[in-house]
Design a protein around this ligand. Structure first.
Ligand code: F0G
Length: 402
């Protein structure tokens, strides 16, 4: 197992545990290159089912259960807090609202810290500890910070989080503080916070943003667990919100591996949905030119995806293309409306996650997706992240009613 440059033309290879976040030859992102010589799909499907009865910490984790597709570590080094094992919930009012008959939500908000970041963090933190890190850090719009803080606390290392000042949900800030992280507030956006952090290469800090290929490996298992839940039959469409584009990049890697090794015989079309005020990939898609033009001042109520210069765009775009999917954007009004419908369906999520349902409705409205298609939408974060948003929108409703 090695690290390899994501650019197949460059194809630089590095030692798996090399302390690099980018290719030293061309600057492109790295990814984990598996040695898959011993993969036997039917045997692994049976083994993964069997592990659900086990009490081994690695088998209980919805990430490490699929460890044949992850870098290997001694069992006692694994930093896990029971991540994964999130439900598939059938959409009812939401399905009707979007105009599809077969809609399910994979709710990653039901992870230990309330969002999907835990799935990547368990692998990223394990790698950090394995390589002797003492200080780990990330820039964040909130969720990554809370997740890093929790896993750093479990691992007994210092967690430091760089947050755009005044733009992060207080609930997430509270979680980060509760878990004992050091909080650094940066004037500006998430992109500014990430740039500030990435300048600190000489300070012995281990970086845990999703440009870290080990985070991507953990997040990849979302698709293993989803397809396992669907008896290895892919839905027609998979809808995911896009911010820094790490999650869709991770799903793309999972699809490639699962198809290549015969776990599935068909890929879902991956639909990435961005917020209209933070939509560089959707703009690229519309222009049809493979050059990302960052959005200088990203703006959206969905603070989690308020990101103008997504780092993993090439990985994400490759996944959209190979699956025959597409990229679109939705307005803040559409996101708010979709979020309310998800709430009324008894599910609930944070605004960024609701972009999926808003996007789905839009694609149905212009008939891009047939009404009888099977659709899985990824809800990335918990309704309790952005409680201010909910209270404010209901105060507005009240004011209108009087
Ligand atoms: N949904 C939620 C709830 C998020 O927190 C994020 C990203 C995304 C979607 C977008 O995922 O970046 O992989 O495309 N949140 C980051 C953070 C950036 O700092 O918590 P992506």
């Amino acid at each position: 197992m090695q690290l390899r440059c994501f650019d197949t033309k460059c194809a630089t290879k590095l030692d798996l545990h090399a302390p690099a976040l980018a290719c030293p030859t061309c600057g492109e992102l790295l990814e984990v290159d598996m040695d898959f010589s011993a993969i036997d799909a039917p045997a692994l499907k049976a083994l993964w089912s069997e592990r659900r009865k086990s009490r081994d910490v690695r088998d209980i984790s919805g990430v490490w259960r699929y460890r044949e597709f992850l870098p290997a570590y001694p069992a006692n080094e694994i930093v896990s807090i029971g991540e994964g094992n999130t439900p598939l919930v059938r959409g009812r009012k939401t399905a009707e609202w979007a105009g599809v008959s077969d809609l399910q939500f994979k709710h990653l908000g039901w992870n230990p810290t309330g969002c999907f970041k835990d799935l990547g963090m368990t692998v990223g933190m394990t790698e950090a500890v394995h390589t002797g890190a003492k200080v780990v850090a990330c820039a964040s719009t909130g969720n990554t910070a809370a997740s890093l803080a929790a896993y750093a606390a479990r691992a007994g290392v210092i967690g430091r989080v760089y947050l755009p000042a005044g733009q992060v949900s207080l609930n997430k800030l509270a979680q980060a503080l509760d878990f004992g992280a050091e909080v650094v507030e940066i004037e500006g956006s998430f992109d500014d916070a990430l740039n500030t952090l990435l300048e600190k290469t000489n300070e012995g800090i281990y970086f845990l943003n999703s440009i870290n290929p080990f985070r991507i490996e953990g997040q990849k298992t979302t698709m293993f667990e989803l397809l396992d839940q669907l008896n290895w039959k892919a839905p027609d469409y998979l809808v995911v919100p896009g911010g820094n584009l790490g999650n869709s990049a991770a799903f793309a890697k999972a699809f490639d591996e699962l198809l290549r090794f015969g776990f599935i015989d068909k890929l879902p079309r991956m639909i990435v949905v961005q917020a209209a005020g933070a939509n560089p990939l959707a703009q690229l898609w519309r222009r049809g030119v493979d050059e990302l033009i960052p959005v200088d001042e990203p703006e959206t109520i969905a603070t989690a995806i308020r990101i103008g210069n997504p780092r993993s765009w090439k990985k994400s775009l490759r996944g959209v293309r190979t699956t025959g999917g597409q990229v679109l954007d939705v307005t803040d009004e559409e996101i708010s409306e979709a979020k309310a419908v998800i709430g009324r369906d008894g599910i609930g999520c944070e605004p960024a996650s609701a972009a999926t349902l808003a996007g789905l409705r839009k694609l149905r409205a212009n008939n891009t997706i047939p009404s009888d298609a099977s659709v899985v939408a990824i809800l990335t974060g918990h309704a309790l992240k952005d409680t201010n948003f909910i209270i404010r929108s209901h105060q507005r409703e009240e004011a209108h009613a009087h």
